[in-house]
Write a protein that binds this ligand. Structure first.
Ligand SMILES: *[C@@H]1O[C@H](CO)[C@@H](O)[C@H](O)[C@H]1NC(C)=O
Ligand SMILES: *[C@@H]1O[C@H](CO)[C@@H](O)[C@H](O)[C@H]1NC(C)=O
Ligand SMILES: *[C@@H]1O[C@H](CO)[C@@H](O)[C@H](O)[C@H]1NC(C)=O
Ligand SMILES: *[C@@H]1O[C@H](CO)[C@@H](O)[C@H](O)[C@H]1NC(C)=O
Ligand SMILES: *[C@@H]1O[C@H](CO)[C@@H](O)[C@H](O)[C@H]1NC(C)=O
Length: 385
């Protein structure tokens, strides 16, 4: 099973099968110039499925999900070639929660988003529906979602009633929908997607959750060119919930720009977890006032102080941090807090420069049970050589 979750502004991933993603999600970047895409339509080309030909209006007011589903079903039942669903330019499509289901007949299927898809502005649209998701692809393999369009999660209504930020509110909600999920698929790619939200949420509260979170069974994942923040940042984990056997490997995160996030390059695992995280690289990433720019927490507990120390853990090895720079909003800029039972090995810190975001303050590094090597690390030394 592959699960890729795109949170209202962000992205979360968890899978069991290996696949490669090349993500160019410009989170919070508005005013993206959309490419000029030839107005292909279904007429005269059996392999393209323009939602307009299935009754979509695209005025941002009428609900277009039935038309999207029809276009999807037509594409999905096409046997020949690479059927392509087209969400054309110059329109805004309002979609209620919708699941595009597979398996599809063709080996590959394209979904091109050229303009804008918006979520309902009110959480009421989710009444009687799964509040954990908005757009989902389920059981689809060989899927390629791309285009220069925008997916607008309209998260404000959710944050306004979130228990996390408004615990006093009667009927507050703990769950908010993930903007885009890939469930039970394989060989999925997502590129050039622009995930955004209403302008009102450029505040800390509006940030939602992780920009990218990587789950228990992800491998061969490339993430690059992403701007994230404010929000929780990038996270491998939490892994190993309930004693899961974690298999996470070959993850490469580069050219990420994090601004005002809680975490930067984070790996966090539950003590009860088993298995491994290995061959992970964080490279050329920039941090602006990030709370925990570099962090491994192998003692993650959910609720602090409620977990007993256990002699188990997920083994974290061969993790490279290279060319990471910027500022930390807390004192501890580097925090490799590994378990004394299952120590971190093969850690490499290279060319790191993290300073305090606060004038005159010193940033520090804390490395416990972390082994490996380091060169040119500020603040440092941390793991020693
Ligand atoms: C059908 O559309 C695809 C993708 O837009 C294009 O590559 C192909 O040339 C088109 N075929 C015809 C017969 O128009
Ligand atoms: C890094 O990502 C930014 C967007 O966040 C992009 O503008 C820039 O071209 C990327 N740099 C490289 C070297 O890919
Ligand atoms: C480590 O992961 C990278 C992808 O990030 C991959 O290209 C490389 O082959 C992996 N190395 C090993 C030894 O598996
Ligand atoms: C970080 O975000 C803040 C507020 O959201 C903004 O004022 C600042 O310019 C951003 N910094 C960078 C380097 O993008
Ligand atoms: C490291 O983890 C332990 C156990 O959860 C915790 O008590 C400690 O505060 C952590 N240290 C840092 C510097 O985060």
């Amino acid at each position: 099973m592959v699960h890729v979750y795109i949170l209202p502004l962000c992205l979360a991933i968890s899978s069991t099968f290996s696949y490669i993603m090349d993500i160019f999600a410009f989170i919070f970047v508005l005013g993206i110039v959309s490419l000029v895409i030839s107005s292909a339509n279904a007429n005269g080309n059996a392999s393209t499925f323009n939602v307009l030909n299935y009754g979509a209006i695209g005025d941002g007011k009428k609900e277009d999900s039935p038309a999207f589903l029809e276009a999807w079903n037509a594409a999905c039942s096409t046997v020949k070639g690479t059927p392509k669903v087209i969400v054309p330019e110059k329109r805004t499509f309002l979609l209620n929660p919708v699941v595009f289901s597979g398996p599809c007949k063709a080996k590959k299927i394209d979904f091109m988003i050229s303009r804008k898809i918006v979520a309902p502005s009110s959480p009421n649209a989710w009444k009687g529906r799964d509040a954990s998701q908005w757009l989902a692809f389920s059981g689809v393999s060989g899927l390629n979602v791309y285009g220069s369009g925008t997916i607008d999660g309209q998260g404000k209504g959710w944050w306004d009633q979130s228990c996390r930020y408004h615990p006093e509110l009667q009927g507050c909600t703990k769950l908010a929908p993930t903007a885009l999920k890939f469930l039970s698929g394989n060989d999925i790619s997502l590129s050039n997607a622009d995930f955004t939200n209403s302008p009102q949420t450029h505040s800390k509260i509006g940030s939602g959750d992780d920009c990218i979170s990587i789950g228990d069974y992800i491998s061969n994942l490339y993430i690059t060119n992403i701007e994230c923040g404010p929000g929780h940042g990038v996270s491998i984990g939490s892994l190993g919930l309930g004693g899961n056997f974690v298999q996470v490997e070959n993850i490469h995160v580069s050219n990420l720009s994090l601004n005002g996030t809680t975490n930067g390059a984070r790996i966090k695992t539950y003590q009860v977890g088993k298995g491994y995280v290995r061959n992970v690289t964080f490279e050329d990433n920039k941090f602006d006032s990030v709370d925990n720019p570099i962090i491994i927490d192998q003692n993650y507990c959910g609720v602090r102080g409620t977990c007993k120390e256990l002699p188990t853990g997920v083994h974290i090895s061969d993790v490279t941090y290279k060319g990471l720079y910027g500022t930390s909003s807390t004192e501890v800029a580097i925090n490799l807090n590994c378990s004394r039972w299952v120590e971190c090995t093969g850690i490499s810190l290279q060319s790191i420069k993290l300073t305090s975001a606060k004038d005159g303050k010193q940033a520090t590094a804390n490395c416990v049970n972390a082994h490996g090597k380091e060169t040119r690390v500020l603040p440092g030394p941390c793991i020693g050589n």
